[in-house]
Design a protein around this ligand. Structure first.
Ligand SMILES: [Zn+2]
Length: 298
């Protein structure tokens, strides 16, 4: 899903909520109108209110209060409350419309975030910076820097680390934070990306473009575990380059995790990818230190 589709879906969810709330109140009111006692009370109440509005005497106020009390008592007998007669919207701020003063309401942002996460691969909502149990001083510094990158929207990040160093956790925390900041996010494993690129490669131009664009258009792309995928000749490296390069040109943020060293990246892919990945002006390269403290950036 692209950003517009996601917004449409989120708004549709809110609209359903709003309609359900309005329908529920409407059904209750309809049932009440069929109740003779209720109907009589309502008619008198409305007449008294109109009279008062037309400049009637003050004692009408007492009459209205009395009728209202009677009406509420009748409601109680029918196991209803005055709240049942007006739509009970889930969000009191925007009445489930999604916007307050032309700005996205928090409920809409929450819905968008949920959709973004649901649309992504293997993304664990609990992996957040706030929930991190990381205590290693070096790693904590990397986490802090990563948070800053998410908030500033640049530069890109290449995070290396061996199994158990928590690079998937960090990448997911970045994805969750970016989603919470309202940016469109796509979180994939290199394995999934590679599979999609193979599919794209086998399609006609139009379908191929569509698949590639899903990776290029998204505001934040996160590729987990680069190097774990198979190398398909004429597919893996060229498409990876196309995506990374196009995103660089469009100034879209990309986060990559890998257990490869930079030397291994150069050997495995090609010089062009390597040069994009080590250009320090556009990428922050850091290493997470795992349990065995193996230093793997050479
Ligand atoms: Zn709202």
């Amino acid at each position: 899903m692209n950003k517009q589709q996601m917004l449409n879906s989120a708004l549709r969810i809110l609209e359903e909520r709003r309609n359900a709330a309005e329908e529920k109140a409407e059904i209750t009111l309809e049932r009440l109108r069929a109740n003779k006692q209720w109907y009589a009370l309502e008619t008198q109440l409305r007449a008294a209110q109109v009279d008062l509005a037309m400049g009637g005497k003050d004692e009408l106020k007492d009459r209205i209060a009395e009728l209202e009390k009677e009406r509420d008592e009748l409601l109680g007998k029918l196991h209803l409350s005055p709240n049942d007669l007006v739509p009970q919207y889930s969000c009191k701020k925007c009445n489930d419309r999604g916007y307050v003063d032309g700005r996205q309401c928090d409920c809409l942002k929450r819905e968008l975030q949920r959709l973004i996460i649901a649309d992504s691969d293997l993304m664990n909502e609990d992996y957040t910076f706030g929930n991190s149990a990381e205590t290693d001083r070096h790693n904590v510094a990397v986490y802090n820097r990563a948070q800053k990158l998410c908030r500033e929207g640049k530069p890109n990040m290449l995070i290396s680390g061996n199994v158990g160093s928590g690079k998937t956790y960090l990448l997911t925390a970045c994805a969750n934070l970016c989603a919470a900041l309202g940016r469109s996010v796509r979180f994939v494993t290199a394995f999934t990306l590679n599979g999609d690129m193979m599919t794209a490669h086998l399609q006609g131009n139009e379908a191929r473009e569509a698949i590639l664009n899903e990776y290029i258009d998204v505001e934040v792309l996160l590729i987990d575990d680069l190097g774990s995928e198979r190398i398909y000749k004429d597919v893996t490296a060229p498409y990876l380059f196309a995506i990374i390069n196009e995103r660089l040109v469009r100034k879209k943020q990309t986060f990559i995790s890998t257990n490869l060293t930079l030397t291994e990246i150069r050997e495995r892919y090609d010089e062009r990818i390597f040069s994009r990945l080590v250009d320090r002006s556009s990428i922050f390269v850091a290493q997470l230190i795992g349990e065995d403290k193996r230093l793997n950036i050479k």
